[in-house]
Structure formats: C-alpha cells, structure tokens
Ligand binder design. Structure first.
Ligand SMILES: CSCCC(=O)C(=O)COP(=O)(O)O
Ligand SMILES: [Mg+2]
Length: 240
C-alpha cells in the first residue's frame, strides 16, 4: 500500500457526511426514511422531553406561532432537509427516527470503501477514534453498529454532536471535545469535508485533514493551510 501523508496524533476525530460516508446516501436513503415519518413521530412522542425541546426550537428558529401545528413544524423541517440545514432540532428528530429504523433493520449505514479497513488498522495501532458529526449521537451509534461490514462500535471511543459539543463551525466546540477527551489540541486530528469546520478546528489548535472527495459537496473547496486528501488509503496515522 502506498501512502502519501503521515500524521502524528493520539486521536482521530471523524466527520461523517462527505468524509467517511457519501452525502448522497445520507441525503437520499436516510432522508427518504425520515421525511414521511416526522409528523407521526412528533405526535406519538410528544411526551418525550427531547421531542418537546426540538419542537420548541423549531418554533423559535423558524419564527412560528407558539401553538404551531405539527403540519407547520413538519413543513419547516422538510424545508431544512431540502437545503441540508444542520439544525439541531432537525437532527434530534431525524436521529430518533433513524435509530428506530436501524433497530428494525429497515436501514443500514454507508462507508466509502477506503474507510473501514483504515479504521480497523488505526484502532489496532492504538489510535483513538472519535466521532464529531451534526448527526445526533442517537443516530451515530447505530450508524456504526449497522455498517455493511458489521458492528464497528468497538472501534469508536466517544461520540460528539451539536448538543454535547456545540456547533461544528465554532472553535469552542473543539475546545469542549479536547477537554472531554483529556487531550492537548495538537494531539488530535480532525478529518472533515467542510472548509468552515476545518477553520474552526484549526482555530482551536487541532491538526486537520480535509477530505476532498470527487462527487461530494465540498470537492475542490479551498481548505486554506490544511492538509488535503481524497481517500483514507492516502493517510498513515502514527500514534504520538
Ligand atoms: C449518523 S448518520 C446522519 C448524519 C447526519 O445527519 C449529518 O448531518 C451528517 O453531517 P456531518 O456533520 O457528519 O457532515
Ligand atoms: Mg461533513
């Protein structure tokens, strides 16, 4: 195997959409699964505190009346899904629906062919693997459990989302994750496809590796001073 990029890090933090996994799969198969289920989910789980918080956040963020109907809320959620808005209440609701779908074996996850072998290799070498995605932790865990190559959760030590860490385009979220992991920022490398996430992680002192994959939304973007790769096979991680 030829590699072109060597990184020295204790922890690799992984973005999902566009980095480990195809945006087209998430925006296609997963969104198609959640879209028709949102209304019933909101009504049937109205007593769930997370659903109630999400409902209130949609109303506040979209400027809906306090007594907005489920149909009004769903119309907003569908609009955000059409634009792939990384809204926390949308991710809360989608995440619960997907978790149920994974549990029922009605959906499974997607990883690019180059990803899983490298995750296994880095894990075997003692590199910690952690997730930071806009997708909720509720959906991240079954995403790794129901992969086409079996249960990958033994490879992952921690999961972060916009609730337990904060927005991905803000440096303080990366400070929060480093503190939770007990790592100095320079011991961590963030793999992501989004230029503003690269910038935020670098502002927090993290190493970054930008993924510019043909066919993905941020292919060919300007990632500033960050190293850039198009495949996990191009990368060697040395635990340091
Ligand atoms: C856990 S699968 C769903 C992922 C998702 O909803 C999402 O928005 C992924 O965005 P990312 O921050 O990983 O680019
Ligand atoms: Mg991404």
């Amino acid at each position: 195997m030829t590699t072109s990029l060597q990184l020295h890090a204790r922890t690799v933090v992984l973005d999902l959409e566009g980095t480990t996994s195809a945006a087209g799969f998430i925006l296609g198969d997963l969104y198609d699964y959640a879209r028709p289920r949102l209304a019933a989910w909101l009504d049937e789980h109205a007593g769930d505190p997370d659903v109630a918080v999400a409902r209130g956040q949609v109303i506040a963020d979209a400027g809906l009346p306090a007594d907005a109907s489920t149909a009004q809320i769903v119309a907003v959620l569908h609009g955000w899904m059409a634009d792939d808005v990384k809204s926390t209440p949308l991710k809360t609701l989608q995440g619960q629906i997907w978790a149920e779908g994974f549990r029922r074996d009605e959906i499974s996850s997607h990883f690019f062919d180059d990803v899983i072998p490298q995750l296994r290799a880095w894990h075997a070498q003692g590199v910690d693997l952690v997730v930071f995605s806009s997708g909720s932790v509720t959906s991240q865990v079954p995403w790794f459990r129901h992969s086409p190559d079996g249960d990958l959760t033994p490879l992952i030590t921690d999961y972060f989302d916009t609730v337990n860490a904060g927005p991905k385009k803000i440096a303080s979220s990366y400070d929060t994750i480093a503190a939770r992991l007990g790592r100095a920022p320079e011991q961590i490398v963030f793999f992501t496809d989004h230029p503003e996430e690269v910038a935020a992680a670098r502002e927090a002192g993290w190493q970054t590796l930008a993924f510019s994959r043909p066919g993905e939304p941020w292919f060919g973007a300007d990632f500033g001073a960050s190293a850039v790769a198009s495949s996990f096979t191009d990368v060697e991680v040395v635990s340091a």
